[in-house]
Design a binder for this molecule. Structure first.
Ligand code: BT5
Length: 326
């Protein structure tokens, strides 16, 4: 991918300017034939590159390490950045290579062929149009506090995305725009015997995905930021913003153990709080009124059948409206 990624980097850094094949070839110190061949291959793989005669430009910016680094203001989160053309899953890659990865390192991919959600579900990540990111953490976090990282990540995404849209959170891990899902979070842990080897925080974001590229069965509940805001967004700016907000919350959390800075955002932006939903797990389906998110990150609900108020901590369940997703 390196030469193709060099082309993507040059086009992304130039965006929205239109370049010529001559410009690109001389910038990359390559022959025009080589550039044309690689661009054609990228187009065949559905990257949004438009060409007309000698002109070449992107429909929207693509992930690019130099473009992220230009905007990155963190101390250790997002350092270093790895970008892959295609992986089965950035989370699986991070877990498999955990020993060689350092605290704060991120793995990005233009495309995933077997992206994962929770409970063995699939996550679709169309080439070039979505962000697939895994962040590696190697700190000593007590096991019972790890679920809070999902909330910390969701709050960081809200803050990062506020440059484009007022997004909401559907506890525990869905990011919602106009009642449809635009992003999801999957936190995984890797143990070596009884000791924690590392935590992998996976984030999938539908940045510039075309509604047509969303699978048929997800059409009613999934969308992209570009579709809802009717304009393309720069994934590199979004990644840099997310990493900065994550670092701020995370450093404060490790230092003070305070959860309020990010949980207050999760409450304010919750689509669930104050409404009634069906809580569905393997065994049963119960109606409940959603009250709040408690300081441990659990969802406080009052079940209608027993009138008892309980805190849900397991995320191995689904929360659904009467006939709707949100
Ligand atoms: C999630 O799971 O929402 C977590 C998604 C995490 C994906 C990232 S991408 C980088 C990293 N590497 C990975 O392999 N994974 C992480 P869950 O709450 O279980 O939601 C999964 C459900 O969301 C699916 O069953 C579909 O209904 C729906 N879905 C799948 N792809 C989607 C998409 N692109 N946009 C919106 N909804 C989607």
């Amino acid at each position: 991918m390196t030469f193709k990624q060099d082309i993507i980097d040059a086009l992304t850094l130039a965006y929205p300017q239109i370049l010529t094949f001559e410009n690109l070839a001389s910038e990359l110190m390559a022959s025009q034939e080589r550039v044309v061949k690689s661009v054609t291959e990228l187009q065949e793989q559905n990257y949004p590159i438009s060409t007309q005669g000698r002109d070449i430009h992107l429909a929207y910016p693509l992930l690019s390490v130099p473009a992220i680094l230009k905007q990155l203001e963190t101390d250790f989160i997002g350092k270093p950045v790895q970008l892959h053309a295609r992986l089965d899953s950035t989370n699986s890659y991070a877990k498999e290579n955990l020993t060689d990865l350092i605290n704060g390192e991120i793995i990005l991919a233009h495309e995933q062929t077997a992206g994962k959600g929770r409970l063995g579900r699939n996550w679709t990540s169309p080439a070039g149009a979505s962000i697939s990111l895994s962040l590696v953490l190697k700190s000593d976090i007590p096991f019972e506090r790890i679920p809070l990282l999902t909330q910390l990540t969701a709050a960081s995404l809200v803050k990062a995305l506020d440059a484009w849209a007022d997004v909401k959170i559907k506890w525990p891990n869905d990011i919602i725009l106009n009642n449809k899902k635009i992003a999801g979070v999957l936190v995984e842990t890797e143990f070596s015997g009884r000791s924690l080897k590392g935590i992998v925080i996976g984030i999938g974001i539908n940045t510039n995905v075309d509604q047509m590229d969303i699978p048929e069965d997800l059409q009613s509940k999934a969308t992209s930021i570009r579709e809802e805001k009717a304009g393309e967004i720069d994934p590199n700016k979004l990644v840099a913003r997310f990493l900065k907000h994550f670092e701020n919350f995370y450093v404060a959390f490790l230092g003070s153990q305070h959860t309020e800075p990010f949980l207050s955002i999760c409450r304010e932006q919750s689509v669930l709080i104050g409404k009634d939903y069906w809580i569905i797990d393997k065994e049963q389906k119960r109606k409940a009124s959603i009250r709040t998110i408690d300081p441990t990150g659990g969802l406080v609900v009052t079940y209608h059948d027993t009138n008892k108020t309980e805190v849900i901590t397991s995320t191995d369940l689904s929360i659904r409206g009467e006939h709707t997703y949100v």
